[in-house]
Ligand binder design. Structure first.
Ligand code: ARG
Length: 465
């Protein structure tokens, strides 16, 4: 047993915490990363205490100076943690009190670790969600660059992983980029909703002291202040929302990863990975493995676990603070860290891979991939689509069963003929997709313009947030 005087609550206790309790309840190893936010929150709290006269001007200065020094020690790595520092809040307060004496002992006036930790974590989310959004934008830029460079290259579009209709490679790459645009929007949206200060809620009920939470919220740069002290300290919706936004990024990266795994296989052969972004085998000399893509897929499982774990922690918690809530941090930190690593590695992988456009075209040029264009040729001449579908389907069946050339069958057909046969020439079908948002060159050129505009708007939104 250690001395009770080491704890924040020693007045009520005759003996100190058991080793096993400390070992089990300590959060310092993972909440240390909150120190910039803990110091920012403490500065604003102390200035607030000064404004309402609870701390005199000299005391405010003494505590702010001590906080500067604590910040320097933590930043420079010279901060000496002691065994009783169970979390970052305890450690900062202890050191401030060592440095500023009795003024330091006033830092926690009107504050609880319950409103303090909620404040710290919201500040952390505000910063980190922007960082994630910045990494998403960087990957989108890579996809845009590759889409612009892809020109008129095309590949099969797939449904059920069966070749369906040819699409421009640029169109395919932009499909991922638009999904990521929703992620940027979602990250910013979650950030906007969590931009509310809980500081001043105290342990759960506010304070008998004349605190002014709205002015502290403003000082901290929050867009708003809590309305209900119980809700303020028990709310972790913002962690769940942040985790969901980040998890959906992970899922998008996982789907992109699965595609690269397929595309880099000999069977597809659509891309060749750069040496810097693939790995070899310890035993099989010929191997070049898509490990980034596979880990993007694999780690998505772990990140989904982070989200569902947090939701399970929250379910059934009585209002307001419960120590269970300490379990909010590790999944959040883990998910954000993993997704940021995945975003950067995926961007590098896409920036450096070689697109084997001749292989893509070869796979897309099977005349059967143009079957819909033949049916639509008949539709333009007045045939009901269902009948047109049946006519073309029968021709495809004959060409598959008898090995007959589809082009010859089409040319010989009374309702189709040479004009229709021209539609299934290599490279032609993709040009037929002309409608808004479609896969052909003219539609994709317009889409590229829209995407460039969206990316630049989103970049400004992230910069200005
Ligand atoms: N380390 C705790 C957490 O992360 C801080 C709050 C502790 N509050 C308390 N009443 N024990 O949630």
């Amino acid at each position: 047993m250690s001395e009770p005087s080491n704890t924040l609550w020693h007045g009520r206790f005759e003996s100190g915490p058991a080793e096993d309790l400390l070992a089990y309840t300590v959060s310092l190893p993972f909440d240390q990363r909150l120190f910039p936010d803990d110091i920012a929150g403490s500065r604003a709290h102390v200035r607030g205490l000064g404004r309402v006269g609870i701390l005199g001007p000299d005391e405010v200065t003494a505590v702010l100076d001590a906080l500067d020094q604590v910040e320097a020690e933590l930043t420079g790595g010279s901060f000496a943690f002691v065994e009783s520092d169970e979390d970052i809040h305890t450690a900062v307060e202890r050191r401030v009190t060592e440095l500023a004496g009795s003024a330091g002992a006033k830092i926690h006036t009107g504050r609880s670790r319950n409103d303090q930790v909620a404040t710290d974590l919201r500040l952390w989310c505000k910063r980190e969600l922007l960082a994630v959004a910045g990494d998403v934008l960087a990957l989108q830029q890579v996809l845009l660059d590759r889409a612009e460079a892809a020109g008129d290259a095309y590949l099969p579009g797939y449904t059920h992983l069966q070749r369906a209709q040819p699409v421009l490679l640029a169109h395919h790459l932009l499909a991922h980029a638009w999904a990521l645009a929703r992620d940027v929007d979602r990250l910013l949206d979650a950030r906007r909703r969590l931009d509310v200060s809980p500081l001043g809620a105290g342990a759960l009920a506010g304070s008998s002291l004349p605190l002014d939470p709205p002015s502290v919220a403003e000082d901290l740069g929050f867009a708003g202040v809590f309305d209900n002290s119980l809700d303020a300290v028990s709310d972790r919706d913002f962690v769940a929302e942040s985790l969901f936004a980040v998890t959906l990024v992970a899922i998008h990266l996982s789907r992109m990863g699965e595609e690269i795994v397929l595309w880099s296989s000999d069977e597809f052969g659509f891309v060749r990975l750069d040496d810097g972004y693939s790995t070899g085998s310890s035993m099989l000399p010929q191997k070049k493995n898509p490990d980034i893509a596979e880990l993007a897929r694999g780690k998505a499982g772990r990140v989904i676990g982070d989200l569902t774990g947090l939701l399970a922690t929250l379910k059934g918690l009585p209002i307001a603070y419960n120590r269970d809530l300490q379990e909010d941090k590790e999944p959040l930190f883990d998910a954000v860290e993993q997704v940021r690593l995945a975003l950067r590695a995926t961007a590098g992988q896409y920036a450096t891979l070689t697109m084997r456009t001749e292989r893509m075209a070869e796979a897309a040029d099977a005349p059967t991939a143009a079957a819909t264009d033949l049916a639509e040729f008949l539709v333009r001449a007045g045939t009901p689509f269902r009948d047109a579908h049946a006519i073309v389907g029968a021709l495809v069946r004959r060409s598959v069963d008898d090995g007959a050339s589809l082009a010859e069958l089409v040319t010989a057909h009374p309702d189709l003929g040479p004009d229709a046969a021209a539609l299934i020439e290599p490279g032609v079908p993709v040009t037929m997709r002309t409608t808004h948002g479609g896969a052909g060159p003219a539609a994709v050129a317009a889409q590229l313009d829209r995407f460039r505009a969206r990316l630049s708007t989103d970049r400004s939104r992230v910069q200005e947030a």
